[in-house]
Design a protein around this ligand. Structure first.
Ligand code: OGA
Ligand code: NI
Length: 372
């Protein structure tokens, strides 16, 4: 058995015991509100993973900011300059911010602020939505089921927007009263925006505009939302809000907090702190698009730092392939000189890595590289 097969079978065994978390769940918000004088051991990262403090941090370089104004016209994709900036961002950074993306700023604010209100409910009011590692849907506080793992300083809420049979309002919060309506509209807008960006990504590789979308299962793609709540942390230099990871899905569209920094993106050997542009979205390539593009586009590691002054709320929207079709490098992009780097795997199988082991850098997509 090769390494990859062994990993998969280990995970399959673990899947059988994934109805419950391995340890009682502690809400990070409760810890933060209990006026701790020190950080509990479970949240202290090993030295090599700790964030460098701002005094030591190298001068900030931002990820590319791309204005999409006028790109999506009735007659097709219109602007070569914008197209090539996106192309470069996907190859060099795996990350970019977009402005003039077509989503109303009021809707963006309403979505983020509705979730902030939800997270401000007393902890026990949120426990009705408490999640399990089988589906992850609902209110959660850890990623991965490794007993004794060092945990991240955040709580979250995870829900499905697509496919329609997985979208279940009963699993969405009912407070504040308009939250379901707002998320529903927000989700639809982001599905539309994602479809447009997917066309750019295909076209930029010399493929038909629909190529990526078709490879994702056409109409039957998946979309979900993970809302992250990062409470204030008493020792931010020892902890992470979200450990280094690459996103397992296709593409992510992040709405960051408008007031508080936190997202860091790996660029070579340094971590770049992203400065969100007002009402921009942060777009990043996930592992499934790296795989389809045979590694031309990069699914880049990122993580979240926390601080002791302010909480942070972010909405990560994931656009994913239909979960049961095999994803592999597109035929048009491989040749004898450029062999496929990844064997076929469904997204259902693939995401078990992060769902069992938690966020672990890029080890998932790397361990999945075909033996050459
Ligand atoms: C994620 C993520 C970044 C952030 O949810 O996958 O990377 O800024 N979030 O919260
Ligand atoms: Ni992420």
């Amino acid at each position: 058995m090769n390494k990859n097969k062994k990993e998969v079978s280990k995970i399959e065994t673990k899947k059988a015991s994934m109805d419950e978390w391995p340890e009682p769940i502690v809400r990070v918000q409760s810890l933060a509100e209990s006026n701790l004088s020190s950080l509990p051991d479970r949240y202290i990262k090993p030295e090599s993973q700790r964030p460098i403090t701002t005094e030591e941090a190298p001068a900030a370089t931002n990820i590319p900011i791309i204005d999409l104004e006028g790109l999506f016209l009735e007659q097709g994709l219109s602007d070569d300059v914008i197209m090539s900036r996106i192309s470069e961002a996907c190859r060099e950074w795996g990350f970019f911010q977009v402005v003039n993306h077509g989503v109303r700023p009021e809707l963006m604010d309403a979505a983020r602020e509705s979730w902030r209100e939800f997270f401000h409910l007393p902890v026990n009011a949120k426990e009705t939505y408490s999640n399990s590692p089988r589906t992850y849907e609902g209110y959660g506080s850890r990623l991965g089921v490794e007993k004794g793992a060092i945990l991240d300083w955040s709580d979250y809420y995870y829900l499905h927007l697509l496919p329609p049979h997985l979208k279940d309002f009963n699993k969405w919060p009912s407070f504040p009263p308009t939250i379901r309506e707002v998320i529903d509209e927000y989700g639809k807008e982001l599905v539309k925006l994602s479809g447009r960006i997917m066309r750019v990504l295909s076209s930029n590789l010399g493929l038909k505009e629909d190529k990526f979308q078709d490879a994702f299962g056409g109409e039957n793609i998946g979309a979900c939302l993970r809302v992250n709540y990062y409470p204030k942390c008493p020792r931010p230099e020892l902890a992470l809000g979200l450990s280094s990871h690459s996103d397992p899905g296709g593409m992510t569209i992040l709405l960051p907090d408008d007031q508080v920094f936190g997202l860091q993106v790996r660029k070579d050997d340094t971590w770049i702190t992203v400065k969100p542009h007002p009402h921009a979205f942060i777009v990043n390539i996930g592992d499934q698009i790296q795989i389809l593009s045979n590694s031309t586009y990069k699914s880049v590691e990122h993580r979240v730092i926390v601080n002791s002054e302010k909480e942070r709320v972010s909405l990560a929207f994931f656009y994913n392939p239909k979960s049961d079709i095999p994803i592999q490098p597109l035929q048009e992009l491989v040749s004898t000189h450029n062999p496929p780097l990844y064997p076929p795997m469904t997204f259902d199988q693939y995401r078990l890595f992060i769902r069992t082991q938690g966020p672990q850098g890029k080890s998932h997509v790397e361990s999945h590289i075909s033996p050459r």
